[in-house]
Every structure is written in C-alpha cells, then in structure tokens.
Design a protein around this ligand. Structure first.
Ligand SMILES: NC(=O)N[C@@H](CC(=O)O)C(=O)O
Length: 385
C-alpha cells in the first residue's frame, strides 16, 4: 500500500461502514442529519438523548418512523438501517426492557449518569434503582451502552472517565457479570485498558475525532469551541493508546458520536458539548490509521467489528475511499452541515479525502446523496441543546 507523500492516490475499498453511536436529533433537523448519515453509513445506532428523551419502546418506534421519512428516496430499500436505543432512567422497568426486545428494533439501552453530558438530566442518579432493568437486559441479551464519566464535581474534567472506569464500571460488571456492555466513546488510555482486560461481553466505541486530536486542539491559538465534546479530548498519550487499540484490538469499533448543535449553542459564551462529524468521520479514521501506516485495519474498525459485536450480518455494498493527501489537515467541524473548506474562518483545511463510490461521482454518497452539500446551517432552536 502506498503511503503519505506518494504522488499517486491510494484507493481503499471497504465494506460499507456502520456507525454505532450517532446523534440525529429530531425534527426539524432530521431533514439535514439523516441524508448525511445515510450517505456515510449502512447501520446507524441512534442515540436517545432527545428532549424529552426516548425512554419507551413506543417513543423509539415513533422516532424511527420520523427518521425513515427523511431518508432520501435515492437510497435503496434496506441500504440504511436505524438501530434504535432507549434512554435508561431510574424508573426504567424490566417490562419496558422486555417490550424493547420484542419490538425487534431496539438494540440497546443507554446509561447517562445524570448531569454528565448534553441532555443527560433524566439520566441515572442511583445505580441501585437500575439493577432490575439491567438484570432483564442481561437475561434478554439487550446491550447496555455506557457514557462512562464521573459526575462528581470534585473530579477534574480530564479525569472523569478514568474515575468512572475505576469505580462505577467495575461495580456494574460485578453485579451483572454477563451483561453485554459497550463502553461508549472511550477517550483515555485507562478506559481502553479496562476494556482490553474485561471479558468478551465488554467492547467499546471510539470516535474519529478522539483518534485525530489531543486536548491541545481545544486551545490552539485561542479557545476552539468546535473541538469541545464530552468526554473531553485527552492527552497525546491517551490518543496514542486509542489509536493502538483501534487498529489492533477486535473489541474496539467506530462510534462517531456525531452530535450537531446550532451555531448559537456552539459559538457562545457557554458553548455546549458535541462535535458534528457524520460527513467526514470515516475519512478522519482513514487519516488517523494512515498516520501509523495501518490502512489495512480501517475496514475492520469501521465496517466489521461493530456488526459482529451486535450480532448483525456484515454490511452490504462497498465504499471506495480515495486517499489523495494526508495528515496536514485533520479537522472537525461540529456545527455547519457542510464539508469543511479551507476558506471557512477558524477551520483548517480539510476534505482532502474524497469518497468515491463505484459508478458514482467522487463527491456523491449512496444513491447520489451529496456528501459535500453546500451550506445547510442548522436553525437555532431550543430543541437542540
Ligand atoms: N458527545 C457530546 O459531547 N455530546 C453529545 C452527548 C454525548 O454523547 O455525550 C450530544 O448529544 O451532544
């Protein structure tokens, strides 16, 4: 395989990627977020932290319908599948878990420690109260997805994940040792080591931006709100460990945590957490893997391991990534639903990787859905927080 600096473009053919952690939000934003997700991914695990949160199977199924209505008609039948999740609260009952399983569309339940992140106010406040629901999930094989951060305000923001994996996560697994768990968007070496050492029922997602950036990105040349997400970016040593497990270890797979917010909410005196990366996450992963000369592992990470852990068949169809230039421009733009371009103020150049699909123009996603959509800014709304 050709490397960085080679003149000839490298073409990487991979199975259609999946994203096992994605925030689509709700109307009126689905018109924008769904086409971007469908252009990039085959299966999409849809996060439930709407306002109000998706706490019941009925709400998850109604949300699924709203998502499918926004699927561009060019996308072939069955080529894009939203996999639904429930939002775990202190009040989630075993009966609700059984109903979720019976629906055939709910694959997992998301644990947000109350107050840990965006729209987590209805999350878990007392772990004892969720034990009946966890027991039912263990019995039925529904996955528990964990936002692993301590909410203890005396714990440093850069240490909250490590603290959670020292205390809360071991406690959960001690109580429910056969529960299938995905440690979501791990960002620290400590969490990655925890997952490596845990049993085969424990896996993890990693975002593209945590593979590309360390915490310096938050402060480069001034405060950079578009790099602010939770868990927060960590040190370079943490990033290196994430990259190592992402290329080498079958327990780790892509969950982009693509999380759009309005311009007003991001570029504000109190900017909110979350980075929109749906449109370029696969390319960012390829750039990160290329930096350690491991493009051979991209397909495993973005297209195979997640489906295997979820017990899903391999994705249908292929994607060709044409890698033209590397490494100079790892960028994340979290607000505007557009491909970052070099002339955007405050955003370094990006878009040097083009998505090419067999038979399609280089800049087109599945079924002609434009990947490089022109400016489609999200409207300001209290619904997006
Ligand atoms: N990652 C983030 O910083 N934000 C996510 C919530 C989450 O997954 O933590 C969001 O919904 O905006």
């Amino acid at each position: 395989m050709a490397g960085a600096g080679d003149a000839a473009p490298v073409q990487l053919d991979i199975l259609q990627p999946d994203d096992f952690h994605h925030h689509l939000r709700d109307e009126p934003y689905l018109e924008h977020t769904v086409p971007h997700a469908a252009a990039a991914f085959s299966r999409l695990l849809v996060m439930p932290n709407l306002v109000p949160p998706v706490t019941t199977t009925a709400a998850a199924l109604a949300y699924r319908e709203r998502i499918l209505k926004r699927l561009p008609k060019e996308v072939p039948e069955g080529a894009f599948v939203p996999l639904m999740t429930l939002y775990l609260t202190d009040k989630t009952t075993p009966e609700e878990i059984a109903e979720a399983k019976a629906s055939g569309h709910v694959y997992a339940v998301k644990l947000y420690p109350a107050g840990a992140t965006t729209n987590s106010d209805f999350g878990v406040t007392d772990y004892e109260l969720i034990m009946p629901a966890l027991a039912k999930m263990e019995e039925l094989g529904i996955l528990l997805l964990v936002h692993g951060e301590s909410t203890d305000q005396s714990v440093d923001i850069f240490e909250r994940e490590q603290s959670f994996y020292q205390t809360t996560m071991p406690m959960i697994l001690e109580r429910r040792p056969n529960l299938r768990v995905v440690c979501e968007h791990v960002t620290s070496a400590a969490a990655a080591c925890f997952v490596e050492q845990a049993g085969p029922n424990v896996a993890a997602t990693i975002t593209a931006h945590h593979l590309c950036h360390n915490r310096n990105a938050l402060f480069k040349g001034g405060i950079q709100p578009h790099y602010y997400c939770l868990p927060i970016l960590k040190t370079e040593a943490d990033r290196q460990k994430l990259l190592q497990v992402a290329v080498d270890c079958p327990k780790f797979f892509l969950g982009t945590d693509s999380a759009p917010h309005t311009v007003e909410r991001k570029e504000s005196s109190c900017g909110c957490a979350g980075c929109f990366t749906a449109h370029m996450a696969v390319e960012l992963v390829a750039e990160a893997f290329q930096s350690v000369r491991r493009l051979d592992a991209v397909e495993d990470f973005v297209s195979r391991r997640g489906a295997a852990f979820y017990g899903l068949p391999p994705a249908q169809g292929t994607r060709s990534l044409v890698l033209e230039e590397f490494a100079s421009c790892l960028s994340v733009l979290s607000v505007r639903l557009q491909r970052p371009a070099p002339d955007l103020p405050g955003v370094e150049g990006a878009g040097k990787l083009r998505i090419r699909r067999p038979g399609g123009a280089p800049s087109e996603g599945r079924g002609g859905v434009p990947v490089e959509a022109e400016t489609q800014e999200l409207d300001a709304s209290e619904a997006l927080r």
